[in-house]
Design a protein around this ligand. Sequence first.
Ligand code: AMP
Length: 284
Amino acid sequence: MELITTISELRRRLAAQRRDGRTIAVVPTMGALHEGHLSLVDAARGEADLVVLTIFVNPLQFGPSEDLARYPRNLERDAGMAAARGVDIIFAPAVEELYGTGTEVRVVAGETATRWEGAVRPGHFDGVLTVVAKLFNIVQPDVACFGRKDIQQATLIAGMVAELDFPVRLVLVPTVRDHDGLALSSRNAYLSVDQRRAALAIPRSLRAARERWRSGATGAESIRQAVAAVLESEALLVTDYIAVVSPRRMEPVETVDGSTVVAVAAKVGTTRLIDNITLEEGSN
Ligand code: AMP
């Protein structure tokens, strides 16, 4: 495995691979790797000859009061995990390498970004789409893998790829959970033991939504209430939103079906966690 930090060097390496007829998959991450990221790597390996894992904590997608400074960074540990899982190249540029030419031009996310995460984190998705567009232009991958854990992000990236005609195929990977049900996240590292116990109400609330649907409920409000009841029973949690939405544009629905997505964001202390499920098990 190679660790590359400059755009020019990465381009040189990838051009040679492409000339030899190899296909390329990219897995964009912010590092602090866990099994969720590694399942994207597994998916990428099944889709292309060469796997490029990018590690970049993107300042453009953090708000002024967010956790940019304290976001966990450990390149050495990440490199070991990536190598063991079969990553061919890690691209880990410094901020100046990626944004040295300026940050005047952005990809502006559309209406889908005004809801949910976008409403709570203004400008977040413009930052995400801008860095993903840059990474697509730098790597020029055949395939790019993203997690369903960040469902609104995945939806917006799919929209960008379609609307701006990026020649890349997207693969969405199911959420990897810890044995207790908590979705793996680099931010779980911030949680104390009590906070982690409280955070388990998030996956529990999503399971309650699925149970409510299975027992015959079709009204979105009934599903939302099932989620809210579980979240509210946990004193250490502060709910940001409960979204019962269509999968394509994250629009609120009135009546649910198996494809409906239930997404939750909540704070435990200063740590903000998100999670979601599709009501029909197996379809996420
Ligand atoms: P991040 O490093 O948090 O920006 O995440 C990088 C990629 O990993 C994104 O496509 C995420 O959706 C994906 N990801 C994060 N957590 C998980 C998880 N628990 N299961 C599957 N994919 C994940």
